[in-house]
Each structure stands twice: as structure tokens, then as C-alpha cells.
Design a protein around this ligand. Structure first.
Ligand SMILES: [Zn+2]
Length: 432
């Protein structure tokens, strides 16, 4: 049996080099900055780092329509003007532009979340992190809100092979609409989204009255919030609601989307959370001691995104990090103070009154009382995984399948960044 990791972390530097275009707020470069900070704090010594596989089209089509995935696969900046009808159909253009290596970008961030779910399913780790994932707006047949492929839905589908109930929690400033929609009619996934609602804020959905339908009625929870929510109000609501949800629903695993656009000072956000407040939610979920898949999400002031996800990687490892940022490739972005922790904006008004928050909380609790305690699920035989050999995709035979254990062995540990860190290697060099 391979040794079990407490924390598995997925990263591929290639995601950080894609570019959505000038003036586009989404900067995948924030992922390189995050990783650089994680290394600078030495957190790679406390967890196992893996390069995710690139998800195959057939894996992406477990949720998305085959025609949409095929289009994503084929479209390039040079050919897009020939496909104006399709671009419209798949909602691509200004928010979701076509850029170089778009499909590979999707394959990597989705591969990371799928691999993370695999390792959790095989009990090879307790916590799996993929900061490149968390693209919660993508729909079955269309892009939306800077998201093309919904890695969260794909990861949850993997977890459902081994768990009767999966809890999805979303603390991005935007409503987790794509994930909610995918599981709106099932009781096997409970989605809980905390987000800004009103004033035509994107995507416009996520009213407290939206609770799921059919089998999924009362298995979607929305916590609509107003501008300027602070650490105290947010973490209080979060802990009260998540405790009750876990008590009622008894999930087998949790997926936590940690969008960092809920931080104060975000280019697109309007909340007033400090990194400490944001990370307090992550710590709370970790302490529930359930298999946990953690992803990134939004986050448009990139130095704060890197700070936030580094602090949260530390929190998941029970490591308190010194506030002075160590030297790293991107140190200039953290100047002049070079401090890890951020402060909330001092002159931002919290428009969430105590009465408002109390009303929302009561409505959520009322909905929870309506649901049957932890619905039983008839667990059939665990569906097999696709066999995805490292060959030309055209030669892929979908009938060949392998078991979970073999699939896990395909996930390669990534030593690329840590060549100088291994003392044994060093000794061997001297001996030879
Ligand atoms: Zn967002």
C-alpha cells in the first residue's frame, strides 16, 4: 500500500502562462504567484505535490455536452471569426474569450480537480488542494463568467462514486450557479453558496428562495448578502449554517470553493473580508474532519489572491505563517509592506444589518427543517473509471477501463520544483 498523504496539492505551472487578454480581470498568472509563495514559505515540505493529468475530452463530457467540448477543443484565436454562430451559442466572446491554449488550460484545471477527487476516493489523502480549479459558473453547454469547464461538477461526480452524499460550499463573492444548477434536482449533493445578491450583480441568481427542486428540493442553500460584509458577520453566519447543514445532511465528503474575490479590495468584489476572516471559514471546514477537496475560484486583485491561498494552504497544514513575506520571484508585487495578512477596508459600510442577517439565517434553518435527515442512497456497485492511456486521443478506446487503484498510480508526483530540497539526492551526488 502506498503511504497516505495528509494533504495532496495539485499544480501545473502551464496554467499560469495563459492570458485572457488585455483588460480582462481574470489573470491566471495569480496561480504562479500563489505557488511561488507556497514554496517560499516551505509548505511543499509538509505536503505531497502532484502535476495533474490533462483531462481527456471524454472525461470533460461526463458533465458537458460533447459538441461544446469539441468546440472548445477546436477553436483558436485565428479561426474564431469563422465561427460567430457557435461563439454566440456557447456564450463565448467578451467575458469568456478565445485565447491561445484555452483547451489545454481547461484540461489542466479540470484534471487537477478530478485527480484530487480520485486521491480522496482511494483514501490516499485526507485533503486535496487545486487552486487552479473552482470555475463554478461553467454550464453543461456553455461558458459563463470567465469559466469554460466546470471542474467542480466533474470532481463532485467523481466523489459520488464513493460517497452517498457530497456537500459543496462556495465562498466566492459570486453565486455558485453552475454547480447549483448541475445538482439542483438531486439530494445526493447539497450546495451552499454565500454570495453578493442584488443590484444586478453577476450572475443574478442565488436568492434565498431558491432551494432546489424535485428530489433536490431543500438541497440547495443560498445565503444572499449585501455589500461590505465583514469578518465577524460573515464567519458567524458561515459557522452557524455549515454546522447545521453538516448535522442534518451528514455528508461523506466536502468540496470547498475558496474564491478570493470575497476579500476586501478585490477588483470585482464588494465584500470586506480580511484574509484571516476568509481563512477562518477554511479552518472551520477542515476541522469537520471529513474528506475535503479545496479549490480556488474568483479573485481579481492578484497579490491578495496569492496571499489568501497561501495562508489557506498553511491553515490546511496546521501551519501558522510568519507575516513577513520571504523573498520569492514575485516579491515586487507584495511591496511596499511585504506582509502576508491584509486588513479590511476601514471606510466600507457593512450594509448587512443584524436584522437582515437574522432573517436570512431563519429562512435557511426553516428550509433545513423541511429536509429529510441525511437521505439514504442505494449505493450500487461503484462505476468504473475510464481507461485513459497516455496516447493519441484519436486512438482512445472508450471500452478499455481500469480500476481506481491503477488510475491513482497514473498520477505522478511532481519533483520539478524541488530538485534542491532532497538531502538524499545531495548525498548521492557527493558520493558519486
Ligand atoms: Zn467570483
Amino acid at each position: 500500500m502506498p503511504a497516505k498523504d495528509r494533504v495532496s496539492y495539485f499544480y501545473d505551472g502551464d496554467v499560469g502562462s495563459v492570458y485572457y487578454g488585455p483588460n480582462h480581470p481574470m489573470k491566471p498568472h495569480r496561480l504562479c504567484m500563489t505557488h511561488s509563495l507556497v514554496l517560499a514559505y516551505g509548505l511543499h515540505n509538509k505536503m505531497e505535490i502532484y502535476r495533474p493529468h490533462k483531462a481527456y475530452p471524454v472525461e470533460l463530457a461526463q458533465f458537458h455536452s460533447a459538441d461544446y467540448i469539441d468546440f472548445l477543443h477546436r477553436i483558436t484565436p485565428d479561426t474564431q471569426e469563422l465561427f460567430s454562430k457557435e461563439l454566440l451559442k456557447y456564450n463565448m466572446g467578451e467575458d469568456c474569450p478565445v485565447f491561445d491554449n484555452l483547451f489545454e488550460f481547461c484540461q489542466i484545471y479540470a484534471g487537477g480537480t478530478i485527480d484530487a477527487a480520485h486521491r480522496l476516493n482511494s483514501q490516499l489523502c485526507d485533503i486535496a488542494i487545486n487552486w487552479a480549479g473552482g470555475l463554478h459558473h461553467a454550464r453543461k453547454c456553455a461558458a459563463s463568467g470567465f469559466c469554460y469547464v466546470n471542474d467542480l461538477v466533474l470532481g463532485i461526480l467523481e466523489l459520488l462514486k464513493c460517497h452517498a452524499r457530497v456537500l459543496y460550499i462556495d465562498i466566492d463573492v459570486h453565486h455558485g450557479d453552475g454547480v447549483e444548477e448541475a445538482f439542483y434536482q438531486t439530494d445526493r449533493v447539497m450546495t451552499v453558496s454565500f454570495h453578493k445578491f442584488g443590484d444586478l450583480f453577476f450572475p443574478g441568481t442565488g436568492d434565498v428562495k431558491d432551494v432546489g427542486s424535485n428530489e433536490g428540493k431543500y438541497y440547495a442553500i443560498n445565503v444572499p448578502l449585501k455589500d461590505g460584509i465583514d469578518d465577524t458577520s460573515f464567519t458567524r453566519m458561515f459557522k452557524l449554517i455549515i454546522s447545521k447543514v453538516v448535522e442534518f445532511y451528514q455528508p461523506g465528503a466536502i468540496v470547498l470553493q475558496c474564491g478570493a474575490d470575497s476579500l476586501a479590495g478585490d477588483r470585482l468584489g464588494c465584500f470586506n473580508l480580511s484574509i484571516e476572516g476568509h481563512a477562518e471559514c477554511v479552518r472551520f471546514v477542515k476541522n469537520l474532519n471529513l474528506p475535503l477537496l479545496v479549490t480556488g475560484g474568483g479573485g481579481y486583485t492578484k497579490e491578495n489572491v496569492a496571499r489568501c491561498w497561501t495562508v489557506e494552504t498553511g491553515a490546511l497544514l496546521d501551519s501558522e505563517l510568519p507575516n513577513e513575506i520571504p523573498d520569492n520571484d514575485y516579491i515586487n508585487y507584495f511591496k511596499p509592506d511585504c506582509k502576508l495578512k491584509t486588513h479590511p477596508g476601514s471606510n466600507m459600510e457593512n450594509l448587512n444589518s443584524k436584522t437582515y442577517l437574522s432573517t436570512i439565517k431563519m429562512q435557511v434553518f426553516e428550509n433545513l427543517r423541511n429536509l429529510q435527515h441525511a437521505p439514504g442512497v442505494q449505493m450500487h456497485e461503484v462505476p468504473p473509471d475510464w481507461y485513459l492511456p497516455d496516447i493519441n486521443e484519436d486512438e482512445l478506446n472508450p471500452d478499455e477501463r481500469i480500476d481506481q487503484h491503477t488510475q491513482d498510480k497514473l498520477i505522478q508526483r511532481d519533483d520539478e520544483f524541488y530538485a534542491g530540497d532532497n538531502d538524499n539526492d545531495h548525498d548521492m551526488d557527493e558520493a558519486s
